[in-house]
Structure formats: structure tokens, C-alpha cells
Design a protein around this ligand. Structure first.
Ligand code: NIG
Ligand code: FE
Length: 424
């Protein structure tokens, strides 16, 4: 097969050009977003092979079959990595949105049969193929918004067959679309109605039947648990994480969304890859993360949509930690998978600097899904998956002019998935 080759020339700057081997940035280093001004980038067969500044452009002998993009006036950024989503679901839940406007909160809506169990009832009914086509259309839109890697959770099946169905859909998305997909078993998302009076029975099903099956069929990379009052307790989450470890599935867990119950220390003790949400944090929760490999992953569009507190990003960064950002795309609490909005909210509501927010949505987000060796920065040897902006005055302008579409072109593995004026 002939090599596919791509050259991006005259970029206002290549952004996020972290040196090879830097897997995440933390604390004060989060505000360092390395740039190559007036840059060029070469890719072959989807991998970045060379980069530099125009003054040192070595020229090229063979222009045959080379796709050239003129990025004059435009920034080239690593594509967004979204390490926390529930993108596979049957149907939206805008009725609950209206309930909330009328004064009910998330927990009250769940108590009256809405929430996760509402989504589970619909998903159990839906044929796998329909579920796949709905999710595929969503993911295609996310790619056009600059997302080049996506974590997708199960958790709306809540029984053996339906959880497997969700994970098979995620696998099919991975096979049929160019972006990177990582999947997570979130059977411990809610207790299903048939186990209402037998929670241990449901935990047994997850640990003794579902997890071994998922591991055997290679259907998930990670395991998750919604550790929260009215959902799963800390000891139940520990049981899931320990079982995950036995089957080679590290944890990525929902914790501290509505309450602080000691889940973060327990997740760290079990070497979870990430702890996600963190809207309600005690000093001890931050302390527990220090010196660990567990990445705090914040979901500001969930806070925005639900009107709940925002996670304390500044305190986490000031404690020397590596913060990642994600959308939490799901029909109940975050019906948007747009990482551009998440980066803007990271700055506007979490008070992250634009450089911190970009690092959090690229390199640290890639790390929070185990993809930092192949994505998250413009680095020779990594995948050529990037965003070319429209002409904008600065990087800070991207989150500042929130809600506007700043993207011209999106490239995944060296090939445009959305082409704008620069590709002409
Ligand atoms: O991350 N918090 C738990 N799970 C999802 C919400 C799921 C739903 O309401 O459907 C979340 O916000
Ligand atoms: Fe979530």
C-alpha cells in the first residue's frame, strides 16, 4: 500500500509540543504549554515523523501523493481526548431537564423513576444495531468538534446481556471509526430494579459473572463504579476495584459528585487510573491524591447543566496534581460531548488558565485513558491527530470566545475527518 503523507505548513504555532516521554503534566507545570511558532509538521501513515519551525524547513524531495495544508494564521493543537463519557445510550431525557427547571433535583428525579434506571429501561429494549447507529452518529459529531479519542462506559444495561450489548457497541464504534475508543465496564452504575432487595446479589453478578466474561472477551479496558449515597458504598466500590485488578482492568471511578465519603482514598489505595467528578471535596480527599498515580478528572459541563458546585481545580493544581478534563456526555446530566465547551468552562468556571485547560483536555486527558504514549501532544512518534483552528488571535481566544466554532479542520491519524478552508 502506498504511504499516506501529510504536511502542515506555516502554522501560527504548533501547540502542545511536549517532549517525548512526558506522560502528563502536574501542578505548576500545567501552565506550560510548549509552542513552536511559525511551525511545520510532517506525518506518514498517520504518525508524526518530523516537526520544526519554517526557518529550519529542510524542504522535501518527493511531493508525490503529499497532502499539503496551509495553516497560515491558524493554530495546530493536539486533538481533544475525552476520558469520561456515556456516549452509548438509547434515548435523550429532556423531560427530566424540564422537571429540573420546575424545581426537582437530580436525586429527586432518580427517586421518581427517572435517571439511570430510566435510561436502562429504554436501552434493554433497543436492538444492538439501533444502539450502534445512534451512538455512531453522536461520535461522528464529536470528531467534527475535535475529539480524537473517547472513553465510553457501559452502565445503562445493568444486566449481563445488556451490559455486554453496550460494550459490543463500543467495540464496533472503535472498529468502524478512525478515532481511538477505550471502553469501561460500569455495571455498578445503579442497582437494577430486579435486585432492589438483593444488592449483594447484583455485586456478585458483576464480580463473578460479568467481569470475567468482559475480560475474557476483551470488551473493556477499565472498570467503573458510581460511588455515591443511594448508589454504591465505598466497600462495594472496593470490591469492584479489587476484582477489576484481578482481571487486569484498572479503575476509573465516579466519586464525590454529591458527597465526600472517603471514596478517593479507597480508589487511590486500589491504584485507580482516575477519579472523576470531584464536585464535593474535603481537604483529606486532595491529600489522598498527592503522590499517587490517580488522575483527578473534572467534568465542568455536568456542573453547568445540573447547577451543582464546580470541582476545585485550583486547589488540585496548587496541590501539585495533574488535572484532566472530560465531558461526561450522557443523556441525564450532560447532554453535550463538546470538548471545546469543556475547555471554556474549565477557564470560566474552574479558573484554569487557557494553557492549563488545553493540557488538561489533551495530554492529561490522554493519560486518564492510558493513551498518553500515542496521543495528547504534538510529538514525533505519536498519532497525527490534531485540530487546525480558524484564524484566531491567541490560544486564550479559544475559551474566551466560548460557544463559537473555532475549528477549521480535524485530522485523525494523518487524515482529515473535517476539512475547512486550510485544506483547499
Ligand atoms: O456521570 N453520576 C453518575 N452517572 C452519570 C449520570 C448518568 C445519568 O444520569 O444517566 C454522570 O453524571
Ligand atoms: Fe459519568
Amino acid at each position: 500500500m502506498e504511504a499516506t503523507r501529510l504536511l502542515i505548513k506555516n502554522a501560527k504555532a504548533l501547540v502542545g509540543v511536549h517532549p517525548p516521554g512526558v506522560g502528563r503534566v502536574q501542578g505548576a507545570d500545567m501552565r506550560v504549554l510548549p509552542l513552536l511558532e511559525d511551525g511545520w509538521l510532517m506525518a506518514e501513515n498517520g504518525i508524526i515523523t518530523a516537526m520544526g519551525i519554517e526557518a529550519d524547513w529542510p524542504g522535501i524531495a518527493d511531493w508525490n501523493g503529499l497532502e499539503v495544508i496551509d495553516a497560515t494564521g491558524r493554530y495546530v493543537l493536539p486533538g481533544w481526548c475525552d476520558p469520561h463519557t456515556h456516549t452509548v445510550f438509547a434515548a435523550p431525557r429532556e423531560g427530566e431537564f424540564v422537571d429540573r427547571i420546575n424545581g426537582l433535583n437530580y436525586e429527586q428525579i432518580a427517586a421518581k423513576g427517572g435517571g439511570i434506571l430510566n435510561s436502562a429501561a429504554k436501552l434493554r429494549q433497543m436492538p444492538e444495531d439501533d444502539l450502534y447507529h445512534r451512538a455512531k452518529a453522536r461520535v461522528e459529531e464529536l470528531m467534527a468538534q475535535g475529539t480524537v479519542a473517547l472513553e465510553i462506559k457501559s452502565g445503562y444495561g445493568l444486566d449481563l446481556e445488556s451490559e455486554l450489548k453496550m460494550l459490543r457497541v463500543a467495540k464496533r464504534l472503535k472498529q468502524s471509526l478512525p478515532l481511538q475508543v477505550r471502553s469501561t465496564l460500569l455495571a455498578a452504575h445503579a442497582i437494577p430494579p430486579e435486585y432492589k432487595s438483593d444488592r449483594t446479589g447484583y455485586l456478585d453478578l458483576i464480580v463473578n459473572v460479568l467481569l470475567p466474561r468482559v475480560a475474557e472477551e476483551g470488551l473493556a479496558h477499565y472498570v467503573d463504579c458510581f460511588c455515591e449515597r443511594n448508589y454504591f458504598t465505598v466497600p462495594e466500590m472496593e470490591r469492584i476495584l479489587e476484582a477489576g485488578t484481578r482481571y487486569g482492568l484498572p479503575g476509573k471511578v465516579h466519586v464525590n459528585q454529591f458527597s465526600s465519603m472517603g471514596a478517593i482514598a479507597a480508589a487511590v489505595a486500589n491504584e485507580a487510573l482516575s477519579v472523576d467528578h470531584l464536585e464535593v471535596m474535603e481537604p483529606a480527599d486532595i491529600e489522598a491524591l498527592r503522590g499517587s498515580g490517580t488522575i483527578p478528572t473534572l467534568l465542568p459541563s455536568c456542573s453547568f447543566f445540573l447547577g451543582i458546585p464546580y470541582a476545585p481545580a485550583r486547589a488540585l493544581i496548587n496541590a501539585g496534581l495533574p488535572v484532566a478534563l472530560a465531558t461526561d456526555f450522557n443523556p441525564g446530566t450532560t447532554p453535550s460531548g463538546n470538548m471545546n465547551l469543556v475547555v471554556a468552562l474549565g477557564c470560566i468556571k474552574l479558573r484554569m488558565l487557557p494553557e492549563e485547560a488545553v493540557n488538561a483536555a489533551t495530554l492529561n486527558a490522554a493519560a486518564a485513558m492510558g493513551l498518553h504514549q500515542e496521543l495528547g501532544s504534538l510529538t514525533v512518534g505519536k498519532r497525527a491527530s490534531c485540530i487546525i483552528t480558524r484564524p484566531v488571535p491567541s490560544i486564550a481566544y479559544l475559551p474566551y470566545a466560548f460557544g463559537q466554532d473555532h475549528i477549521d479542520t480535524v485530522i485523525i491519524d494523518g487524515k482529515p475527518v473535517r476539512s475547512g478552508a486550510s485544506a483547499a
